[in-house]
Design a protein around this ligand. Structure first.
Ligand SMILES: C[S@@+](CC[C@H](N)C(=O)[O-])C[C@H]1O[C@@H](n2cnc3c(N)ncnc32)[C@H](O)[C@@H]1O
Length: 349
């Protein structure tokens, strides 16, 4: 875990925590429902879904987002669950884009229904999209996601690029005994299409609690595998608040007919090289609970006060207090680490 210095100053100003970090990026999970059942994320039978009454309404999402923007949040990412199953997504994007000052708006999606929605979303004000894709093999896709939707995802990616949501980021989780060997193909494919691939380390947020530090594929292992396959990767000098370590890809495998491979690769090594010291993220769950970390054990309930008629100032105070309580680091690897009750899909990845 990175060392984090405790500052003398109490949390003050906009959304500063006691370690001197400022929260400016909000991830909103619109729903815990998902159209896929990725084996490393969710059981085949799904989870105990939230009821409609438990989930925030669009008016509630917009009201809370406005308070966060007032407090200095400059970017909002919509996620889930699967945000494209949210029936009024483009209308919600339009309303969020009208906030002052306008936040940057992006979406993380499995891409299954993106071909039908990309244009509407771009027109509504969406600026960027991250699509999750772990394999280029149709059969493996069906095994990994328990759904035969590979072609839909590829169609969704193409539609997003056509709609101007470009360059898009592609997120891949590599699992041993499954898709690990596909890392070079995934990178070649992404570079050829001008997409920005990011490999994400598997984190202990799975519903089945099968994650293990010994079994997970590490960033180092992925980089070794790619270099061994013939990629020349040069680390970018800085990464700021971005979770991904960026690498310039300056050459590809020699046997490839591919002439001038250029582009970049991101690696999100949340487990082995945590970036907690620079974390600027907050997460709002679909049922209105604010989390200052993916791995937090505590949540701040914003839904109950919101529904009880709290003013914007009262909501802002609750948000400030939650940020002030943000822990130094996620603590994976510590002897007392306990996996949070909610899974990745229920928090909003
Ligand atoms: C939970 S999904 C939610 C958004 C959308 N349904 C999607 O597929 O992008 C967001 C991302 O989290 C990743 N993910 C899910 N469980 C994970 C875990 N335990 N560790 C790391 N990444 C995970 C998925 O692969 C996906 O890229």
């Amino acid at each position: 875990m990175d060392a984090v210095t405790i500052t003398d100053e109490p949390a003050r100003g906009a959304l500063r925590d006691t370690f001197g970090r400022t929260a400016s990026d909000l991830r909103i999970s619109l729903t815990d429902l998902c159209s896929l059942r990725c084996t490393y994320c969710m059981p085949a039978a799904g989870l105990d879904w939230l009821t409609k009454a438990q989930r925030l309404t669009d008016d509630e999402f917009v009201r809370l987002a406005a308070v966060f923007v007032d407090l200095g949040v400059t970017s909002i990412r919509l996620t889930g669950g699967e945000p494209l199953v949210h029936p009024t997504l483009s209308d919600l994007v339009y309303r969020l884009a009208a906030l002052e000052p306008r936040p940057e708006l992006s979406l993380t999606t499995n891409g299954v229904a993106l071909d039908r929605h990309a244009r509407k979303l771009a027109d509504a004000g969406l600026e960027r999209v991250n699509v999750s894709l772990d394999t280029l093999d149709r059969e493996r896709f069906a095994q990994l996601t328990r759904r035969d939707r590979f072609d839909d995802v590829l169609g969704g990616i193409a539609a997003a690029a056509d709609a101007g949501l470009f360059p898009l980021k592609v997120n891949s989780v590599l699992m041993r005994g499954s898709n690990l060997h596909e890392a070079p193909q995934l990178l070649t494919w992404a570079l050829r299409h001008g997409h920005r691939l990011r490999f994400i380390e598997h984190m202990p947020l799975d519903a089945d609690h099968t994650w293990s530090r010994e079994d997970m594929v590490t960033a180092e292992e992925i980089l070794d595998l790619l270099r061994h396959a013939g990629f020349a990767l040069t680390p970018a000098p800085t990464r700021g608040n971005a979770p991904a370590e960026e690498f310039a890809v300056t050459a590809g495998p020699r046997h490839d007919e591919w002439a001038t491979p250029v582009g970049s690769l991101g690696v999100i090594a949340s487990v082995t090289r945590p970036f907690c010291r620079d974390c600027d993220r907050l997460r709002l769950t679909a049922d209105g609970q604010l989390r200052s970390c993916l791995f937090a054990q505590d949540e701040t309930d914003l839904r109950a006060p919101l529904r009880a008629g709290a003013s914007d100032d009262e909501l802002a105070e609750l948000i400030r207090a939650a940020v002030a309580g943000k822990q130094a680091g996620h603590g994976i690897g510590a002897v007392d680490f306990v996996q949070p009750r909610r899974t990745m899909s229920a928090i909003g990845g």
